[in-house]
Design a binder for this molecule. Sequence first.
Ligand code: MG
Length: 205
Amino acid sequence: MKIICIGRNYADHAKELKNDLPTEPLFFLKPDSAVLPGNNPLYIPEWTNDLHHEVEVIVKINRLGKYIDEAHAHKYYDHIGLGLDFTARDIQQECKAKGLPWEKAKAFDGSAVITKKFIPLAELGGDVQQIDFHLEKNGETVQRGTTSDMIFNVNKLISYVSQYMTLKIGDCLFTGTPAGVGQVKIGDELKGFIGERQMFRTLIK
Ligand code: MG
């Protein structure tokens, strides 16, 4: 199983990090060892001083595919989840400044929170581009998004990524984060919601 993450897919988030809007999708990978198991807390790695939360809608791939036509991409998923793309922002900025890959900042153990349960898309109304989601930190909403605001929609992302790598059953596509990313500290409690439905709860230690 691989985790494919899309960067800068919400204009308001690209702006808050002072990035240009992408003209084509930007993606990177996390290994399966990045998945934070079960309800385990995330221990902030000792090598970062600026760990950020990024809440993202996750699309689970349910068919094997390569060179998927955008018009057929909807056949490759039918369950939706929510997750966190934990990012060591200080390390990422260093990597970006040097033109180096981001893996140290993005792919470390525990950096991917993935909901245990995925919801059938049909239960959410059937339209992957009409999903409201938000993240609460210590009871306060810090990020709120709707998938209708994506720069590149899910079908486009699937089609694009599948030109470069085969998508396999069980792969998770993190579809990008809206504005409001911010630092987490020891003792924080993060809760992710799709609509009013709580999807995960993660403690920071
Ligand atoms: Mg992200």
